[in-house]
Design a protein around this ligand. Sequence first.
Ligand code: HEC
Ligand code: HEC
Length: 474
Amino acid sequence: MKIPFLNLHNVRPALAILFGTCLIPAFAPAAAQSLPNLFPFPNQTGVSETYNANGAAIDLTGPFFQSLGTNGRSCSSCHRPSQGWTISAAGMQALFAMTQGLDPVFRPVDGSNCDHNIDTSTLAARRQAYSLLINRGLIRIALAVPANAEFTVVNVANPYGCSDPFTLSMYRRPLPATNLRFLSAVMWDARESSPQTGTQKITYSTNPADLQADLAHQALDATTGHAQGAALSVELQREIVNFEMRLATAQAYDYLAGSLSGHGATGGPKTLAQQTIPTFFVGINDPLGGNPLGTPFTPVIFNLYDAWTNNPSSSRRASIARGQALFNSKPINITGVAGLNDDLNMASISGTCGTCHDAPNAGDHSLPVPLNIGVSDVNSALDVSYLPVFTLQNKTTLEIVTTTDPARAMITGLWKDIGKVKGPVLRGLAARAPYFHNGSATTLEDVLDFYNTRFNIGLTAQEKADLVAFLESL
Ligand code: HEC
Ligand code: HEC
């Protein structure tokens, strides 16, 4: 079924801005207490929806939506239902314009490019101070270099200040606070699932209690950090975790394909929430011997659009189905990926997108194995010139590397962990551009350009378009 008024191509961006970014304040009564289940939030290519467990409305008065600290921020300042439970760059631009850069998300603690020597006194000054948040949806993450690190930081070139070599400022996209049931690691660098931070590695035998404990710790850290508050009570931590764990988010309608659960397809959040065949577990469908049940790997990661393969009924549906097949089968020669090629001692691995995005119909990495695919590299195929450059030197070998984000190495202190981040869940993508942990992919086309260059995949223009159509429908 198509929603007729949403079919007007030329008004799409305007609608997306209006509805997608600010529907609650603009259209709902000021005191809206809840969000109806499966409430439709338009974006560039369709509508994303969230299914709350048991079909209940989403309570907008709970702790996730309350100011829990001292700077007016709530979890929902950076994890917005309308923006895939994270923030999009378009959403931040609209919010900045609407509030003159005064919404609590715009706070110097970590919303501005640096937290000292900045001017936020005028609109123009704020636009400059918060440029990374406005243009890329980035939050400043400051972490201390671990005491036992195998490296020293010999130089920091940060165009915004914040060039302390002992506490590094990195710039990262908020991860969606939804679809959490599929996680095998919390945070890009898995720092909330790491003994180094007093949290727990997520494993098959301890899941989901480990995940719940990690998320509780994460909520505590988010309150003292982002919200500049006091320690969050155990009760509120638990309430927030229970709330987050109930959410499943996915694209539900596509302007050109119609319902993504129509004609036998199984897209949309409801099937995702109720997915029991197969039920996720840590290590499910690992291609490289890590499945705890020993079940053989299937390269068919996604089967949502199988029904449209032979009976598509529209060219957009045909394209989505072709994109799904490409995701599941297009050969990729994986080389030079730290965490894979080095650890397995295989110079090249013949894989697919699903080698790393292996969790069935979720698309994240089912094992907690952060990887360095090169997104933080100074010479990435995408523009990373807006990011700081860190020069790291190995204390033993004296080898030097430069990177825009040492990532996992800032937690473990290990040289081999430089640049490693987790493979995120791939659902609800259309609601939350830009992509990658540093926002360097403005669009999903950029994501594919990155992979095409990095792994020399040889994607044709048609294959790229099909893969994009598929990713937009997740
Ligand atoms: C100022 C913005 C901001 C606020 C406020 C905020 N977060 Fe986040 N959140 C982020 C960023 C940025 C990340 C990713 C950081 C990283 O990985 O280094 C993140 C990551 C997460 C993740 C990890 C998801 C995953 O896939 O690993 C969860 C869960 C989360 N936040 C929940 C919360 C909760 C709960 C609160 C409120 C207590 C909150 N956040 C407040 C910005 C924010
Ligand atoms: C070698 C492992 C690997 C392969 C192969 C791989 N990915 Fe990824 N993917 C990752 C990792 C790791 C990240 C996170 C990178 C980052 O943000 O720095 C990621 C991120 C992404 C994102 C961004 C998600 C977000 O929330 O920002 C998309 C989209 C994506 N991959 C799609 C694909 C597609 C499509 C293919 C096949 C063409 C593919 N990936 C192949 C490991 C891989």
